[in-house]
Design a protein around this ligand. Structure first.
Ligand code: DCP
Ligand code: CA
Ligand code: CA
Length: 418
C-alpha cells in the first residue's frame, strides 16, 4: 500500500524545498489513560462520559465495535453496550499525560504546536543532523510515547500540516503514515471529502449536492467555481484539495494571564455603566482566551477609585472554563463585594489567570455549557469578521466604548513553550 510505509523510514529526505511535519494524536485518549490507571480494564469496553444525562467523551476501540462513539448520549451508549465500563474520568490525569507528550516533543524540535489536549504538530525540518532522518525521528517519538507513557499515538508525516493531520487519522490506532513529497494530492484524492479539516456537515451537504464525494472530486472542480460558491473559503478549499497548505507550525507561548482594563474619560459612579463595562471587559478577555484555546480558573476584578486607590479581588472556580457566561456572574459579584468605598471610579479591569489548555469536557458536568460555547464561538466569528463592536450582549449595551485609546490590553507570557 502506497502510504503505509512502515518500512521506508527514509522516504522523506529533507531538502531546502520542502518541510517535514508530523502530526501526533493519542488513540482513544481518555479511555487509554483510564486503562493505564487500571490495567484490569484492558480488553473490556471502556466508555468515559458523565452523569445520567451526559454524553460520551470517548470510548476505547473495544467499545467502538458496539457502535459507541464520542458525543453520543450516554443512554444510547448503554443500550448498545450494556456491559461496558462507564467512567466519569480523571481530567487532571489527562492534562498530565498531555504535558508529558508536549515536553517530550520539545526534545526534538523547538517548533511544537499543541492543537488540543491530545494532539500536536512538530516541525522536524532541519533536525536531520541531530537526530537522523525525520521520518525515523517521528517513529522514535511514537516508540518513546509507548515506552514512557504507556499510550499509543497515531502519527502522520508529510510536507505540510494538512497532509500530516489527515495522515495521522489514516490508520488508527497506532498508525504511522508517511506521505512523500509530491504525493500529497494523490494521497488525498480517494478519501471522502469530509476528511479534510474544516469540511463540516453543512459544507459537506452542499458539496454532495454538487456531486463532490471525494477529495479528488473536489480537486477537479475549478478553483474559480469554488470561489464563486464559497467565497474566500472556496479558494482555500481548492488549495486543500490539492494537498497544499502553507501554514507554519507555531509554538504557543505559555500565556500566564489575559487581562483588560478601561480608564473612564470622566470618573463614573453609575452602576449601570460600571456593570456594563465589566461585561464588555469580560467578553473581551474570554474571547482572547478562546482564541488561544485556553481555559481559566481564576478571575480578577480591578477597581481604581478617583483618588487612585486600587483594589483587586479574585476568585478561583472549581474547574477551568472558557465561556463568557461563567465569568459574568463571578465578575459582577466580585465587583459588588469589592467596591467598598463611595468614591467615583476611574478604572475597571478584568483579568484571567491560572490558565490551562482547553479540554472541553464540560458536557460531562453541565448540559448548558456546549450551548453557551456555541453562542460564544458564533459571536467570536462575527467579531473576527466585522469588528468587536459588531455585536454586543444586552448586558453590555447601556455603555458604549469611547475611542479605544483608553483601553489597555495585556497578556503576560513566560518564555518557555508548552
Ligand atoms: N473528547 C470529548 N468530547 C468529544 C470529542 C473528544 O470529550 N466530543 C475528548 C475525549 C477524547 C479526547 O477529547 O479522548 C481526544 O479526542 P479525539 O477526537 O482525538 O478522540 P480519541 O482520542 O478519544 O479517539 P481517536 O483514537 O479517534 O483519536
Ligand atoms: Ca485522539
Ligand atoms: Ca484529537
Amino acid at each position: 500500500m502506497l502510504f503505509d510505509m512502515q518500512e521506508r523510514g527514509d522516504i522523506i529526505r529533507p531538502r531546502a524545498a520542502h518541510r517535514v511535519i508530523a502530526h501526533l494524536d493519542f488513540d482513544a485518549f481518555f479511555a487509554a489513560v483510564e486503562e493505564n490507571r487500571d490495567p484490569s480494564l484492558r480488553g473490556k469496553p471502556v466508555i468515559v462520559g458523565g452523569g445520567e444525562r451526559g454524553v460520551v467523551a470517548t470510548a476505547n476501540y473495544v467499545a467502538r465495535r458496539y457502535g459507541v462513539h464520542s458525543a453520543m448520549p450516554l443512554r444510547s451508549a448503554r443500550r448498545l453496550c450494556p456491559h461496558g465500563i462507564y467512567l466519569t474520568g480523571h481530567h487532571g490525569l489527562y492534562r498530565e499525560y498531555s504535558q508529558r507528550l508536549m515536553s517530550m516533543l520539545g526534545d526534538y524540535s523547538p517548533l511544537v504546536e499543541q492543537v488540543s489536549l491530545d494532539e500536536a504538530y512538530i516541525d522536524l525540518t532541519g533536525t536531520e543532523r541531530l537526530f537522523g532522518p525525520p521520518v525515523q525521528t517521528a517513529r522514535q517519538i511514537q516508540q518513546r510515547v509507548a515506552d514512557e507513557l504507556g499510550l499509543t499515538i497515531s502519527v502522520g508525516v508529510g510536507t505540510n500540516k494538512l497532509v500530516a493531520k489527515v495522515a495521522s487519522d489514516y490508520r488508527k490506532p497506532a498508525g504511522f503514515t508517511v506521505v512523500p513529497p509530491d504525493m500529497e494530492a494523490d494521497f488525498l484524492a480517494p478519501l471522502p471529502v469530509e476528511r479534510l479539516p474544516g469540511v463540516g456537515p453543512s459544507l459537506l451537504e452542499r458539496l454532495r449536492d454538487r456531486g463532490v464525494m471525494t477529495v479528488g472530486d473536489l480537486a477537479r472542480v475549478p478553483a474559480q467555481l469554488l470561489r464563486l460558491s464559497f467565497g474566500e473559503w472556496g479558494e482555500l478549499l481548492a488549495h486543500r484539495a490539492q494537498g497544499e497548505d502553507v501554514r507554519r507550525v507555531v509554538p504557543h507561548e505559555e500565556v500566564k494571564s489575559i487581562s483588560r482594563e478601561h480608564t473612564f474619560e470622566e470618573d463614573v459612579s453609575d452602576v449601570g455603566v460600571l456593570e456594563s463595562t465589566l461585561v464588555s471587559l469580560t467578553e473581551d478577555v474570554c474571547r482572547r482566551l478562546r482564541r488561544k484555546r485556553l481555559e481559566a480558573r481564576t478571575v480578577t476584578v480591578k477597581i481604581r477609585y478617583s483618588d487612585f486607590v486600587t483594589h483587586t479581588c479574585s476568585r478561583t472556580l472549581s474547574r477551568p472554563l472558557d465561556v463568557d457566561e461563567a465569568f459574568f456572574e463571578e465578575v459582577l459579584d466580585l465587583f459588588r463585594r469589592g467596591r467598598r468605598r463611595r468614591y467615583h471610579l476611574r478604572l475597571l479591569g478584568v483579568g484571567l489567570t491560572n490558565l490551562v489548555s482547553r479540554s472541553w469536557q464540560d458536557d460531562l458536568f453541565d448540559q448548558r455549557l456546549p450551548l453557551l460555547r456555541e453562542l460564544d464561538l458564533k459571536l467570536d466569528a462575527i467579531r473576527a469578521k466585522y469588528g468587536v463592536d459588531a455585536v454586543r450582549r444586552g448586558a453590555a449595551l447601556p455603555y458604549c466604548w469611547p475611542a479605544s485609546s483608553n483601553r489597555r490590553t495585556s497578556e503576560s507570557a513566560a518564555s518557555s513553550h508548552m
